[in-house]
Design a protein around this ligand. Structure first.
Ligand SMILES: CC(=O)NCCS(=O)(=O)O
Length: 367
């Protein structure tokens, strides 16, 4: 059995799961999202190139991917450090930092942030979407990719001795590419060897999560230790969601704080509001998937930092949890009057998901 078995590996070394505290399972503290720049609509070229300023903030919220400056989260380490202090004050303990190869992973920066703030930070091994794969990566065999991922967890990544604690986020496009399929196979093989958790970024199609889980299963991956990210922009039909939930992965709603009219990468998608996300979680809880839910903000652009008028890393703790609790209390009164078991289930479980059962935040990220 591995020495890491049952532990959580942070950028400062292994810790026991009960040291984690409340954990956001999908964030970025430093990265570039330039790979996903989206050309502005005709007429928006000037605002798209202007520096970030107060009068542009609404435009930026609606068009976050059409400003080069906005995609450079790696320029904001001081602002992120301040936010992490706030996150601790708000009750946060740990952040799983999902930046992988291709989007400027910076483990020394994560290590410094962990030291400066006391927040436990867990780094991510592996590769982001095909658009960021180098020619060398594309040519690698599954065996070579597996060795690299294992080494990033056991020995350190990017020429450092800083070790990753999860594999992911592993990027997949829609349709999934050959290079991404190889990375998925390597991910499953590395997971088999290490026993560690996996976090997946699915392509933007409702069929993508199930296809990825099937590919991982065929390669021997452990789906019960796999997180499917970004479900809030991927599966909208409750029937399809339940079909996917039955496959047994963690179900991650990780775009809390993102509210926009047009989702540039797929105009068919109506990005949900936070209230709709809470309802989706309540639905999953009611259907018995409480233990599979994990949540986060997936901050990956500047405009989502409080420095730029955004919601920051503490939004879930400061705003979403209180809303859930208020709804819970109200629900309880309704239950008391109506004596509805359906409501009782909803109220009790939603409280557990977010407040009482903290072990749920840890199960998904330990070896
Ligand atoms: C960093 C990252 O991949 N975030 C997800 C953005 S998306 O628009 O939900 O795909």
């Amino acid at each position: 059995m591995s020495a890491l078995s049952g532990k959580v590996q942070t950028v400062l070394g292994p810790i026991e799961p009960d040291q984690l505290g409340i954990t956001m399972t999908h964030e970025h503290l430093t990265m570039t999202f330039e790979c996903c720049y989206f050309s502005p609509a005709p007429g928006d070229e000037t605002v798209s190139q202007a520096p970030i300023q107060m009068k542009n903030l609404f435009w930026l919220k609606q068009n976050p991917y059409s400003s080069h400056e906005n995609l450079l989260l790696l320029q904001e380490t001081n602002a992120v450090r301040e936010e992490l202090h706030e996150y601790r004050k708000a009750g946060g303990g740990t952040i799983v930092e999902n930046t992988t190869q291709g989007i400027a992973r910076d483990l020394p920066c994560l290590k410094q942030l962990a030291k400066d703030t006391g927040v436990h930070i867990i780094g991510g091994a592996g590769y982001y979407v095909d658009a960021t794969h180098s020619e060398a990566t594309r040519k690698m065999t599954v065996e070579k990719l597996t060795d690299i991922i294992i080494s990033e967890v056991l020995h350190g990544a990017d020429g450092t001795e800083i070790r990753c604690g999860v594999i992911g986020e592993i990027g997949c496009s829609w349709p999934i590419t050959d290079s991404e399929k190889k990375v998925l196979q390597a991910t499953a093989h590395a997971q088999t060897e290490l026993g560690c958790p996996v976090i997946i970024h699915p392509g933007r199609n409702p069929g993508a999560p199930a296809e990825i889980v099937r590919l991982l299963q065929e390669a021997g991956g452990d789906i019960s230790k796999t997180v499917m990210s970004h479900l809030d922009r991927t599966i909208f039909d409750n029937g399809e969601l339940l079909e996917f939930a039955k496959m047994g992965s963690y179900l991650e709603y990780d775009l809390f704080g993102t509210e926009m009219l047009n989702y540039a990468y797929n105009l068919e998608v109506d990005m949900p509001s936070d209230s709709q996300r809470v309802k989706a979680l309540a639905f999953l809880v009611q259907e018995g998937y409480e233990d599979n839910i994990v949540i986060a903000h997936d901050i990956h652009t500047k405009n989502r930092l409080t420095k730029y008028g955004g919601h920051g890393y503490s939004h879930i703790l400061k705003n979403i949890v209180p809303k859930m609790l208020r709804r819970g209390e109200k629900g309880m009164l309704v239950v008391y009057v109506k004596v509805s078991t359906f409501e009782i289930g909803f109220v009790r479980r939603i409280r557990m998901v977010l407040v009482r059962d903290r072990s749920k935040f840890t199960r998904g990220i330990r070896f």
